[in-house]
Design a binder for this molecule. Structure first.
Ligand SMILES: *[C@@H]1O[C@H](CO)[C@@H](O)[C@H](O)[C@H]1NC(C)=O
Ligand SMILES: *[C@@H]1O[C@H](CO)[C@@H](O)[C@H](O)[C@H]1NC(C)=O
Ligand SMILES: *[C@@H]1O[C@H](CO)[C@@H](O)[C@H](O)[C@H]1NC(C)=O
Length: 389
């Protein structure tokens, strides 16, 4: 053990991370006694880090990631907390423990996070057939759902007990699907082919909803895609000399934002259809896009006096994104005050921006139907440097 620790520089980070998060016992949500989440790096609170091959940690596991919260990298792809963390705080629940699929403990009664950086909605083989190669990971939403089933079996022992338990859970299903599209766009797959996979992505999310409802889930929050035309990565790769390709207020790429909204429209149709099929459930669309658009168009009003389109952390260039010198790599640079930037890196928000999205979705107006405000108890704590233990 000591020899292994000495051999791996990654291990101290992992050990720190595995320490239980301190949690001031306060009021708990009257509606939810547990919380589970699925998705990609927008929601990953440590799975990718825990599953990374030794000596090959993803860039999100290196400073300055985590510099705002917890003052060290935690596997979150931001300077601090993510939307999922702020939701947990709003419910008076502890921040979710990542569950990478290896059963090392039965102690997850308050919930767990299955989201993993790089996860796609669609299966790896299916995407490959469509000419989209996910070089990063072959983890898909169904793999996360299967891990959830594996964990659930250790929490409750009969279908009726599981139904009872899950009826008091909040499920955050996404954002997911963003990576299916990112990979395709960055591999220069023709746009008509990418548009053609949207219905499959949405159907896959629907398939997960169905499985969760059959297990007993009642309240599922299903977020849509963010305005991808505002990511520094997209703004850099798809830079255009034509002014009309940009939204005059935000400076974002209109075509890519319209693409994200196309996904969101189909997703909302799917949610309406499933809600009719399962009238006893509460399927809520989380409008991440609407929330983000407000601060992308009026960044000053929300305290984003640095920039709404340039990344805080990166390797230079007009949007501070250079694919050969990404945030977390030696030589990359971060801004002095992340809370004044919308984007932390090429396709992740700062904690400050994630905090606003979480609040907008939970407290309104960016959810359909509106999230029940009486279910909220926790107030998110102030930003700044924190230690979790
Ligand atoms: C995913 O990748 C891992 C490691 O490369 C491999 O062991 C596993 O079989 C793959 N799974 C699928 C579904 O391709
Ligand atoms: C990106 O980073 C690489 C590696 O440091 C460097 O050689 C290159 O000039 C940079 N490109 C731009 C456009 O800044
Ligand atoms: C909202 O939550 C409260 C507290 O659990 C509950 O009493 C109320 O019925 C809920 N309202 C709706 C519309 O579901």
């Amino acid at each position: 053990m000591a020899a292994a620790a000495a051999a791996s520089s990654a291990l101290p980070v992992l050990l720190l991370f595995l320490l239980p998060l301190s949690f001031a016992a306060g009021a708990r949500s009257p509606c939810f006694t547990s919380f589970f989440s699925f998705g990609d790096s927008i929601t990953d609170t440590g799975n990718q880090m825990l599953l990374a091959p030794e000596g090959n940690l993803p860039h999100c596991c290196f400073p300055p990631y985590g510099e705002t919260y917890f003052g060290r990298p935690s596997g979150r792809c931001s300077d601090g907390r993510l939307i999922v963390d702020f939701i947990a705080e709003h419910l008076g629940l502890p921040l979710l423990t990542p569950f990478p699929g290896k059963l090392h403990s039965n102690d997850f009664p308050l919930g767990a996070n299955f989201a993993e950086g790089g996860a796609t909605a669609l299966d790896f083989h299916f995407l490959a057939e469509k000419g989209i190669y996910n070089t990063h990971t072959n983890l898909s939403l169904q793999v996360e759902i299967d891990r959830f089933k594996e964990l659930l079996a250790t929490i409750c022992s009969s279908p009726s007990e599981c139904k009872d338990y899950l009826s008091k859970s909040l499920i955050l299903l996404g954002e997911i699907g963003g990576i299916d599209y990112n990979r395709a766009f960055f591999e220069d797959v023709a746009s008509d082919k990418i548009i053609a996979i949207v219905p499959y992505v949405v159907a896959e999310i629907g398939k997960s909803v169905k499985q969760l409802v059959e297990l007993g889930a009642v309240t599922i929050l299903i977020p849509g895609n963010l305005p991808i035309g505002c990511w520094p990565g997209y703004l850099t790769k798809f830079w255009s000399p034509n002014k009309e390709d940009y939204d005059p207020l935000s400076g974002c790429l209109v075509w890519y934002n319209n693409f994200a909204q196309h996904h969101n429209k189909l997703l909302q149709h799917q949610i309406v259809r499933l809600q009719k099929l399962y009238p006893h459930t509460n399927l809520i669309y989380g409008d991440y896009f609407g929330s983000a658009t407000r601060f992308h168009r009026h960044p000053q009003k929300f305290g984003f006096t640095g920039s709404a389109v340039v990344a805080c952390c990166g390797g230079g260039g007009p949007y501070n994104y250079n694919e050969s010198l990404i945030c977390g790599n030696p030589g990359s640079k971060a801004c002095a005050e992340p809370s004044t930037y919308v984007n932390w890196d090429d396709h992740h928000f700062t904690e400050a921006a994630y905090r606003i999205v979480a609040k907008d979705v939970l407290e309104g107006p960016f959810s359909t139907p509106r999230f029940n405000a009486s279910c909220l108890v926790g107030r998110t704590t102030d930003s700044g440097r924190h230690s979790s233990y």
